[in-house]
Ligand binder design. Structure first.
Ligand SMILES: [Zn+2]
Ligand SMILES: [Zn+2]
Length: 426
């Protein structure tokens, strides 16, 4: 634009009429020179735009023509470092990639046979470590499982920066799979914006915002959120056929971390399914019972803790894995934490809600009822000796204030080492 305005002024000077010719002859000379320069600048600008378009077109072209579907999927799969999204070579998130997902599950090299991945419906007391084999813990894991979702992200945005996860596949529609969890639900009035109602002459006038937490590298921005389908209650293969699995649609990202800050993405979905929302709210209320946590408190590493992950490895029905927290980094100024843990994960687990539970017992032999909990999203899966790592916990705590009673218990245990759940008793 600047070049065009400049060109107009210069053009005017260069074509001044006769009476001014003498006075401005030198000006005309410089005017013509500037005119030439301006043309060169415009040409360069136009070439650079063409260059950008050409490079985009080249990638898209290569994506759709030169590379086979398998090669493109492989490229995307390899373009995520230690992050754990699953790429099954499918296009469009409407397609249920059953056989592709089964193949990835059966041929997994990270956890061959998946011996420690327990189908959520089969998870029982015997799967918990002996020291926390309690019905309350079992119910807790089940509730977390009910709130876990699978994400099918049908587009990779051009907004992903160079060098970032999936940046070599920007602009393509190869689906990647991740996990997440429902964090809250809010009722709204007015026309429902879900895809079903969007083009309907009589859209539902009561609808709900469902907020889902996942990793930033799974859903990067609103453009990707709009291309995302979120599957709830995908507990077994049968859930698709009998309709127990429910799918809602991503609308936009509400809050995301910056690439260099953390790995959290908070997305909003829309649904008008009242029964579904009631079910979600019931599960969420039960998850709040029993355990509390807060951002400023750090888990005590030598105390026994349980680190639970419920995720959709390889896009399969959800599985529970159990392990322990191995480390916790905490930022002093805002209390954000990053956890390392031994809990198993596979591709497809990215964005899963990690739950860390710490247990207390003030008097030996007396059943405990309380504890602390922390949560974070699963960010990267370690290979070999490298541990699994969570994203940094979000800076603003939404809930889970620690009751005074829990703080007092925790402080006493710490002072006197009274808990039989500490390492030295094992
Ligand atoms: Zn696997
Ligand atoms: Zn609707």
């Amino acid at each position: 634009m600047i070049s065009i305005s400049f060109l107009r002024v210069v053009n005017k000077l260069a074509t001044l009429p006769g009476p001014f010719e003498f006075e401005f002859c030198h000006l005309r000379f410089w005017g013509k020179l500037c005119l030439k320069l301006a043309h060169i600048v415009i040409e360069m600008e136009s070439n650079s735009c063409k260059g950008q378009e050409t490079s985009r077109a080249a990638i898209q072209n290569e994506a759709s023509i030169n590379l086979s579907k398998e090669d493109l999927a492989q490229r995307k799969k390899n373009d995520q470092g230690l992050h754990e999204c699953e790429v099954l070579g499918t296009f469009g998130s409407d397609y249920e990639a059953g056989p592709e997902s089964d193949f990835a599950w059966n041929n997994c090299t990270k956890n061959p046979g998946h011996p420690r991945f327990i189908p959520t419906q089969e998870f029982s007391l015997n799967d918990l470590p002996i020291w926390c084999r309690k019905l309350s813990v079992l119910n807790y894991v089940r509730r977390l499982s009910d709130l876990t979702v699978r994400l099918r992200v049908g587009y990779t945005s051009w907004g992903r920066p160079n060098g970032y996860c999936f940046s070599n596949c920007r602009g393509t529609k190869i689906v990647h799979y991740g996990s997440g969890a429902i964090r809250s639900v809010r009722a709204e009035t007015g026309p429902c914006p879900c895809p079903e109602c969007e083009h309907s002459p009589s859209p539902n006038q009561t609808w709900y915002k469902v907020f889902v937490t996942t990793a930033l590298h799974v859903v990067y921005n609103t453009e990707e959120a709009k291309a995302t389908k979120i599957d709830l209650f995908y507990d077994s293969k049968g859930c698709i056929e009998d309709g127990r699995m429910k799918t809602i649609h991503g609308m936009n990202v509400v809050d995301v971390d910056r690439v260099d800050e953390g790995d959290n993405s908070f997305i909003m979905c829309a649904t008008h399914d009242t029964l579904l929302v009631q079910k979600i709210e019931d599960h969420w209320k039960q998850l709040h019972l029993g355990f509390s946590g807060q951002l400023s408190a750090k888990p005590i590493k030598c105390w026994r803790n349980l680190c639970v992950m419920v995720s959709h490895p390889h896009g399969q029905p959800k599985k529970v894995t159990i392990g322990e927290m191995k480390g916790c980094e905490m930022l002093k100024f805002d209390g954000q934490k990053e956890f390392t843990y031994s809990t198993d994960s596979c591709r497809g687990s990215s964005g899963a809600f990690m739950l860390l539970l710490e247990f207390y017992q003030l008097v030996r032999g007396v059943s405990w009822q309380t504890g602390m909990m922390w949560s974070a999203v699963h960010s990267s899966g370690g290979l070999g000796d490298l541990p699994n790592i969570s994203g940094w916990t979000p800076a603003i705590p939404e809930d889970w204030p620690t009751p005074f009673s829990v703080s007092i218990c925790r402080a006493l245990l710490w002072l006197f080492g009274l808990t039989w759940l500490s390492e030295r008793f094992f």
